[in-house]
Design a protein around this ligand. Structure first.
Ligand SMILES: [Zn+2]
Length: 188
C-alpha cells in the first residue's frame, strides 16, 4: 500500500509543500538574536529516490542570520537529520512489511544496501525509543505501540484518507527529530 507512494509524483509534491511551509514559518520566526534570516539552503544528493523525483529533494531548507551568522535549519518531512536517504525510505524500508512482491522489487531497484537497512532497524529499536520525542509521545498511543515492530507499528497508528495522508502524518510526527540532534549525527 504505502510503497505505491514511491512512484507517486503528487506525494513528493505534497512533501515539498509541507517543507516549504515549515521553512516559511522558520524564516518568519527569525533568529534567536532577533536578526533576519536569509536563505542558505543545503544542497542534497538524495538516495532512495527514483530519478524523476530527485528535483524535489535537492535542497534542504536552511537559513543564515544576517546579524549573528548563526544557522537555523527548518524541520523537514523529506529529510531525517543528515541521512542521505529520504525520510520516507527510512520509514518504509525499515518496516518488516517491506519484503512483499512488487514493493520488494521497487526497493531493490533503489539499491539500499542491506547494512544500511540493518542500521536503520537498529536505530528504530534502540536510539529512536530513547529520543525526547518518543519519550514524550509514546504514552499518548493507546494501546501502546509495539516496539518490536517499529516503524511499521508506529506508521499504522496514523489515520488519514489514504496512504499519502497517513505517511505524511507520520513524517510530520517525526519532524522534531530532523533538527540536528546527537542521535542523528551518524549519517546514512
Ligand atoms: Zn542571529
Amino acid at each position: 500500500m504505502c510503497h505505491a507512494l514511491l512512484q507517486d509524483p503528487r506525494f513528493f509534491a505534497l512533501l515539498l509543500e509541507i517543507d516549504r511551509d515549515q521553512a516559511a514559518q522558520t524564516q518568519a520566526a527569525g533568529c534567536a538574536c532577533e536578526g533576519r534570516l536569509h536563505c542558505a539552503n543545503y544542497p542534497r544528493k538524495p538516495r532512495g529516490c527514483l530519478p524523476e523525483f530527485r528535483s524535489s529533494f535537492e535542497q534542504r531548507f536552511s537559513f543564515c542570520c544576517a546579524s549573528c551568522r548563526k544557522r537555523t535549519t527548518a524541520t523537514s518531512v523529506r529529510f531525517l537529520g543528515r541521512r542521505v536517504y529520504l525520510a520516507l525510505m527510512v520509514v518504509l524500508s525499515s518496516s518488516r512489511h517491506a519484503g512483499s512482491n512488487s514493493s520488494a522489487a521497487l526497493l531493490a531497484g533503489l539499491a539500499i544496501p542491506l547494512r544500511t537497512l540493518q542500521r536503520w532497524r537498529t536505530w528504530w529499536a534502540d536510539a529512536f525509543v530513547r529520543t525526547p520525542l518518543w519519550r514524550g509521545a509514546c504514552g499518548a498511543f493507546m494501546p501502546p505501540v509495539d516496539l518490536g515492530h517499529l516503524p511499521a507499528s508506529l506508521l499504522e497508528r496514523f489515520i488519514g484518507a489514504d496512504a499519502a495522508a497517513r505517511l505524511s502524518a507520520c513524517l510530520r510526527f517525526l519532524t522534531p527529530l530532523t533538527a540536528r540532534t546527537r542521535s542523528l549525527q551518524a549519517a546514512t
